[in-house]
Every structure is written in C-alpha cells, then in structure tokens.
Design a protein around this ligand. Structure first.
Ligand SMILES: NC(=O)c1ccc[n+]([C@@H]2O[C@H](COP(=O)([O-])OP(=O)(O)OC[C@H]3O[C@@H](n4cnc5c(N)ncnc54)[C@H](OP(=O)(O)O)[C@@H]3O)[C@@H](O)[C@H]2O)c1
Length: 282
C-alpha cells in the first residue's frame, strides 16, 4: 500500500515522518510546498497522477490563523479548494483520504464536549475555510476520514509550548489566557492515531474528533510547562479581552473522543503525560 502525505515539514507531517520506520509494510511518500503547492490545483493532480497513492493523508494546511483574516483567498485555496481537488482525484481513482481539520469549525459556545454530530459555525476565516474543505471532501465521492483536532504542539515547528518555554526563559512574569478551555494535542499522538486509522481492518468513513484527554485552559497548560521545566516565572491568569487577536478564538473547544476510540481502538494519552514526553524529547 502506498500512502502520500502532504505537509511534510509541518508539525504533524514531521511526526508522521518519524513514525514511518514502524510501518515498513507501507510505501510512504511525503510532499511539501516544493513538490506539491496546495494552491496549485494542476500541480496537485500532476503529483497524484505520478505517485498513484492508495491513501492520501491531507496534513498540509494554511495554519496562520490571524493572518488568514486578511488573506482569505490564499487560505481558501489551500484549506478548501486543494481539499476539493484531492477529494475529486481520490473519488475518480478510488483512493481513501484521511484529512485533518480543526475545532475552529465550531463557535466555541458549547458547554459540553464537542461531538462530531454538533452543528459547525466557524469562529474565524481559517475555521470557515477548513469547514469548506471538509464539505468539499464529503461531497467529492471519495472514501474519507476527517479528524478534527485542536491546540496542536510538537518538538517540530512553532507552537504554544515552545513559545512559552522561550518567554519563560526571558521574562520574570507572564500573563496567559485562562478563559479558553480545551485540551492540547501532541502531534506525535495524533500521528499515531492517523496510522491506527490507516492500519485498521475496516476503514469506517466519517468525521472524528481527536485531542489528548483532559480539560484545561491555556493558563493551566502554561503552568504545567513551567512546572515540568522548573522555571520560576510568575504566572498571571488573564481574560481573552486583555489579549486581542485579529482572529477570534473559541472559549470552549473540548473535543469528545468517544467515536474515534470506539471505532478505531485509538489510545488517547492524558495531556500532561504527553506534554512531559514532548518536553523530555526537546
Ligand atoms: N496547529 C494547530 O494548533 C492545529 C489545530 C487544529 C487543527 N490543525 C490542523 O492540523 C493539520 C496539521 O497542522 P500542523 O500543526 O502540522 O500545521 P503546520 O505545522 O503549520 O504545517 C502545515 C504544513 O502545510 C504546509 N503548507 C502550507 N501552505 C502550503 C502550500 N501552499 N503548499 C503546500 N504545503 C503548504 C506547510 O509547509 P511549509 O512548511 O512550507 O510552510 C507545512 O508543512 C492542519 O490541517 C491544521 O489545519 C492544526
């Protein structure tokens, strides 16, 4: 079986690349912007025609959430139109697609863990383009699994954990938003979940939610990063209003993981265990 994975040098793409040694039975091809520019439909089709994968993992995306507010066209081309092109090609060639989406397809007003059946209402431009990508894949006729995830971090790339560690090194005091609730996702764990889905006996089409287990705020996350690293930075819990950003962020983005656990027997580690693992590795 041949698997083609987009977003080679992203957080998730890099973790999938690390995992490939555990799957010698698969031929895995990674592509990034150089080999396959996701804003170029002709190039997407050209590469897929050449590689002829049996499974496509769509991990590449426009992820600059704040920039997306003023860069809607490019964000839509990558997060929506590229997914449509991939879906159409996959339908025509009878190929499966595992696509990664986001909690930002929701408005953040829920008070209970978000289920796959909850109605999306994107909170920002990035979330809207990701939802359009989901819908395009669902209507393409391709066999698909869409995994919505949230708060992704890794030893690779730029993310909250690495930013906090840099700031805690530089500053004596730090304010972190305490009124946005969710669960972080170690990209390594998400990569493993994707490989579990691909390797399962039955590929059960649908939308799934995946993050680590637990329920915390960004402030709680930052405090744990401080404790695990042994920093002495004074931490202040602040409200979202005190930290305005161009794109709105959800107050609540806790994902219910029951469906992916039940369907694919995916293990979902606790957020703190995975954070400790990542920090030990960095
Ligand atoms: N990060 C999060 O907190 C988060 C939360 C929820 C959902 N997600 C979703 O999870 C998936 C993986 O995210 P991630 O954290 O791994 O993102 P990431 O680290 O930002 O990586 C995104 C990847 O997409 C590639 N890419 C961007 N524009 C491209 C283009 N025009 N052509 C080809 N490749 C392009 C990037 O290439 P370059 O390296 O060249 O830029 C990079 O390899 C994405 O679908 C994202 O929407 C992420």
């Amino acid at each position: 079986m041949k698997i083609l994975i987009t977003g080679r040098y992203g957080q998730l793409g890099s973790e999938l690349h690390d995992l490939q040694a555990n799957y010698p039975q698969y031929q895995i091809v990674f592509v990034d912007r150089e080999e396959m520019d996701l804003s170029n439909a002709d190039q997407i089709i050209e590469v897929l025609d050449k590689e002829q994968p049996n499974v496509i993992v769509s991990a590449g995306a426009y992820t600059a959430v704040d920039k997306a507010e003023s860069d809607q066209q490019l964000c839509d081309a990558i997060n929506h139109l590229a997914v449509k092109t991939i879906g159409d090609w996959a339908a025509k060639n009878k190929v499966k697609v595992v696509h990664i989406s986001t909690d930002y397809v929701f408005d953040g007003n829920s008070e209970t863990p978000l289920k796959e059946t909850d109605t999306p209402d994107p909170i920002n431009v990035y979330g809207l383009t990701k939802l359009k990508g989901e819908e395009a894949l669902q209507t393409s006729g391709a066999v698909y699994v869409i995994i919505r995830t949230a708060w992704v971090y890794s030893t690779y790339g730029a993310n909250f954990v690495k930013t906090m560690m840099r700031l805690m090194n530089e500053r004596e005091e730090l304010g972190v938003v305490a009124d946005q609730i969710g669960t972080p996702t170690y990209a390594r764990d998400l990569a493993q979940a994707i490989m579990d889905v691909i390797s399962a006996q039955n590929f059960v089409q649908g939308i799934y939610h995946y993050s680590n287990e637990g329920k915390i705020s960004w402030y709680d996350f930052a405090v744990a990063i401080k404790e695990i690293n042994g920093y002495t930075t004074k931490m202040n819990a602040i409200a979202s209003d005190a930290f305005p950003t161009p794109a709105k962020r959800p107050n609540f983005s806790l994902l219910d993981k029951t469906k992916i656990k039940d369907t694919y027997s995916v293990q979902v580690p606790n957020w703190r265990t995975s954070l400790e693992e990542m920090i030990a590795k960095i």
